[in-house]
Design a protein around this ligand. Structure first.
Ligand SMILES: [Zn+2]
Length: 512
């Protein structure tokens, strides 16, 4: 049991932590101290703390939460929401956060400001670093380039049909969606995370009011979200390219990309216009150019086919205006471009062609990658022709958004447990029983073919290490294959000839 006197000491340590790590100002010291006394119904504080334990989370914050639990202030399932409320009380207000960000940007440059902001988000547990560190990560050197693989243990997965439903039926509640600006300070509930520690930085993209915030899930370093201050559906247009490139002028050390606005080839949230970006560490950024082209009307724009698993038109220029003009024209052409010989149909009853655009700046050069996408389905591929093939769904069935299209796979948490089960066969801890594996109630049933393939290849007498390698090598190949599935122009001689035809006849470019 945590005594009231112990709690008071922990609260004093918390305030000191906030002064040192959350930029809490001296002028707010009593205000925050008294707010905490009010929250815990205490009459007096402990003396000012002069230090706090190095292991702050376990020794201070967890003890404060334990006190709340022991004194029936909260239920077990409310622990994280309560912690967020406490950290929210000790954090700079949204306006003070913006003021501090602006002050640092003026004094030491915008990079220093985002460094400060990123640290604040980690220190307030808005970004839960220990949870993110639990994710299982590795890289695979594939036939074209490196692929990153993460089993995400900190976020539940979504079904594409559920995602499509969200777009057709936007929620009418408050906040309107998870990305709306009105989440700032929201207390949350059973089905909604608490957001008292969410802070955003206002930015102007193509003369519109947008906000920048870091992603609480951090799929890669400084993973951020730019979101429209207005709740409106995702829609990739020529203006999208302007906004993405504008962002790289504000933060030249970050990239920013948009998911396509169609289901299957889009991201998980289609109801709110938003982009994702961050540190330029995604595998696709290391890809070389496969083929260069010349644009007749734009002598200062360079266009390439990128040497990557899927179909990427890579555009570079020092001239922002011309880059955007060319990209806009290319986008219009792609939206209506069909090549039946390779199964690319721009529209049937619905529109199918889309792009996943990604902008970044390298020195003074603007770089815009347009990943060509198509979301058509048919009887053979009801989940998408240019989508993970059915035999790969046991690894990944959800839409392939921009992060994965760039070679960083975020795989669902269920796989951790399932891979452990698969390893038991490879290590001879469990006997292979095909009947049992054919039972749909068996959580490993969907992996039956994988288990048969791996046990045929590696047998049943593997060490834990060898079994782990076998499973990973299967996943590596599957991820590579999924990326190839998303290519509208396959990496075959026929596919590449069709890609070249699109570049020359479609876009009017000349091969160099
Ligand atoms: Zn929204």
């Amino acid at each position: 049991m945590i005594s009231t006197e112990e709690l008071k000491v922990k609260l004093s340590e918390l305030v000191l932590f906030a002064q040192k790590n959350l930029s809490l100002k001296d002028a707010d010291f009593y205000f925050v101290t008294n707010s905490l006394l009010d929250l815990f119904k205490l009459d007096t504080p402990a003396p000012k703390a002069t230090s706090y334990p190095e292991n702050f989370q376990e020794e201070v914050m967890d003890k404060i939460i334990q006190y709340a639990l022991e004194n029936n202030m909260i239920e077990e399932n409310e622990k994280i929401r309560f912690e967020t409320r406490v950290f929210g009380l000790c954090s700079l207000t949204p306006s003070a956060t913006i003021e501090e960000f602006t002050k640092i940007a003026h004094k030491d440059g915008v990079k220093a400001a985002t460094d400060w902001f990123f640290n604040i988000c980690k220190n307030s547990n808005y970004i839960r670093v220990p949870d993110i560190n639990k994710n299982i990560k590795w890289t695979h050197t594939g036939s074209i380039g490196e692929i990153g693989i993460t089993i995400n243990l900190s976020k539940p997965e979504k079904d594409p049909k559920q995602i499509a439903l969200e777009k057709s039926k936007p929620k009418t509640g408050y906040p309107a969606c998870m990305l709306c600006i009105e989440n700032v300070g929201f207390a949350g509930n059973v089905s909604w995370p608490a957001r008292q520690t969410l802070r955003t930085i206002p930015i102007t993209l193509n003369k519109e009011d947008w906000s920048m915030q870091y992603s609480p899930y951090q799929y890669f370093n400084e993973h951020l979200i730019a979101l429209c201050n207005e709740h409106r559906p995702m829609n990739v247009t020529k203006e999208t390219f302007v906004r993405l490139v504008d962002f790289t002028d504000i933060f030249p050390y970050y990239f920013l990309g948009s998911n396509a606005s169609l289901p299957i080839v889009g991201g998980s949230i289609l109801a709110h216009d938003h982009y994702q970006g961050g540190d330029k560490v995604l595998p696709m950024f290391k890809a070389k150019n496969r083929q260069e082209y010349k644009a007749a009307n734009y002598s200062d724009v360079r266009v390439y086919i990128l040497d990557w698993y899927n179909s990427v038109v890579h555009i570079e220029s020092e001239n922002k205006e011309n880059l955007l003009k060319f990209a806009g024209e290319a986008f219009d052409i792609w939206q209506n471009y069909s090549d039946e010989s390779v199964g690319v149909l721009a529209k049937t009853t619905d529109i199918h062609n889309a792009v996943t655009p990604i902008a970044r700046k390298e020195g003074t050069t603007y770089v815009l990658d347009l990943i060509l996408r198509n979301n058509r389905t048919d009887d053979k591929f009801p989940d998408g022709i240019f989508h993970a093939a059915p035999h790969l769904h046991h690894i990944k069935k959800e839409g392939i958004g921009l992060i994965e299209a760039m070679g960083l796979f975020i795989l669902p948490a269920r796989l951790k447990k399932e891979f452990e089960g698969i390893k038991e066969y490879l290590e001879g801890k469990k006997e292979l029983d095909i009947n049992d594996l054919s039972n749909p109630d068996n959580m490993l049933a969907k992996h039956k073919d994988m288990i048969v393939e791996l046990t045929n290849e590696y047998g049943f007498n593997n060490t834990d290490e060898k079994a782990e390698l076998a499973v990973k090598s299967y996943v590596n190949k599957a991820c590579e294959e999924i990326l190839e599935c998303t290519a509208v122009f396959k990496n075959t001689s026929v596919g590449q000839a069709a890609f070249d035809k699109f570049m020359q006849q479609g876009l009017g470019l000349k091969k160099i």
